[in-house]
Design a protein around this ligand. Structure first.
Ligand code: SAH
Length: 246
């Protein structure tokens, strides 16, 4: 704890990786042990939260699509306020802070407020889930491009460059898209991807609760294989998904 008139503490914007604590970076693990306060997201797994020392203050800033626990400007304000009180503020985010993590917005707020910061990268869900399910995201014979795509609707529309996404020879990784899976499949087929293109949906990847469903564009368009689809699944589309079986 610091008195209000000393210089502000540092905010560490840290990626927690996809869930398995063994996939934390050494730097993230060290900062977890040293931080005065941890501000964490809904995506941070219970296994990782268990590594926070009991005496460390915790602030939950979890977000769920359409059910914001704390709106983003409120999180930004809270980080600035905590930096006035503590020496080391750890802002812990699922995966990597700069991959669909709104890390850029939080940094901009810290810079504007003159708060020192550091960014610690994390293993993003696309990379972690590919490893834990045995799907090589690139492959000499099947995919020379991999794209990380948001499947979250902005202003009602799934406003993406579908002709580019439907091009042959790439792997698509959709974040926050499980609920929109049939619509994603419909658009990809309409723009030319074969109906037989395999896909996998991974939930709670890299944790003991990991679930994987495999399907094809045509089948998943007709029927979302995740009956109570939340936005927390990750979708991998491309011929590389078929390599899992081998
Ligand atoms: N910054 C995070 C992504 C935040 S967006 C990262 O780099 O991974 C939230 C989306 O990430 C979820 O909707 C889901 O698509 C994906 N996600 C995060 N962790 C996941 C996990 N363990 N298993 C499957 N998907 C995950």
């Amino acid at each position: 704890m610091r008195s209000a008139n000393t210089c502000p503490g540092t905010v560490f914007l840290v990626g927690a990786g996809p869930g398995d604590p063994d996939l934390l970076t050494l730097r993230a693990a060290r900062l977890l042990a040293e931080a005065d306060v941890v501000v964490y997201d809904r995506l941070v797994s219970p296994e990782i939260l268990a590594l926070i020392p009991p005496a460390t203050e915790r602030v939950y800033a979890g977000k769920q699509a359409s059910r914001h626990t704390l709106p983003q400007p409120e999180i930004n304000r809270r980080l600035i306020e905590l930096a006035g009180r503590y020496r080391k503020v750890l802002r812990l985010k699922g995966g990597d802070p700069f991959i669909f993590g709104r890390g850029g917005e939080e940094l901009a707020a810290l810079v504007a407020a003159g708060i020192p910061f550091a960014v610690v990268p994390g293993i993003t869900a696309g990379v972690g889930c590919a490893a834990s399910t045995g799907i090589p995201l690139t492959h000499r014979d099947f995919a020379s491009v991999v794209s990380f795509v948001t499947g979250h609707r902005q202003h009602e529309a799934l406003d993406l460059d579908w002709p580019a996404l439907a091009r042959h020879g790439q792997t698509l990784v959709f974040y926050m898209g499980a609920r929109e899976l049939p619509e994603i499949c419909r658009r990809l087929i309409a723009h030319g991807l074969p109906e037989t293109t395999p896909l996998a949906v991974i939930q709670q990847g890299t944790t003991p609760r990991q679930q994987v469903v495999e399907s094809t564009l045509a089948a998943a368009e007709r029927h979302n294989p995740l009956p109570d689809a939340t936005e927390t699944g990750l979708i991998i589309v491309g011929e590389v998904v078929g390599l899992r079986r081998r």
